[in-house]
Design a protein around this ligand. Structure first.
Ligand SMILES: [Zn+2]
Length: 121
């Protein structure tokens, strides 16, 4: 099993990576469903949602922003500093071993490049 950088996930982290990924995907699906429902209700001027007609655009824009923000914090990679090793006390991942794309970009570029190059081999 590999992370989004094509790095092999250590066996002991696979369940955690899987569970967290599924949790984020579920949350995003719920938000997408709310987004679709409200967008349709606003567009069709659904009388059940009449109170929202004047502000549905703001609401769906906000939901879109929440989804975009949340997806940045979904599991992305095995930590680029500790490489997911439990014996290392890691300041970057705070010993969670799996990091988001946001945190991945705070891994020093040389380490990211090394991992990404290795993933292509
Ligand atoms: Zn780490």
């Amino acid at each position: 099993m590999r992370d989004k950088t094509k790095h092999t996930i250590p066996k002991e982290l696979e369940d955690c990576y899987d569970a967290a990924s599924a949790r984020f995907a579920g949350l995003l699906n719920h938000l997408q469903e709310a987004y679709d429902t409200l967008a349709r209700a606003g567009k069709d001027k659904d009388p059940l949602f009449w109170e929202l007609h004047d502000s549905y655009k703001d609401i769906i824009d906000t939901l879109h922003g929440v989804m975009a923000m949340l997806s940045k914090f979904a599991p992305y990679a095995v930590c680029g500093m500790c490489q997911g090793r439990e014996e290392v006390n890691c300041a970057l991942c705070r010993n969670h071993r799996i990091i988001s794309i946001v945190r991945w970009h705070s891994v020093p570029k040389e380490l990211r490049d090394m991992r990404e190059k290795k993933g292509k081999l």
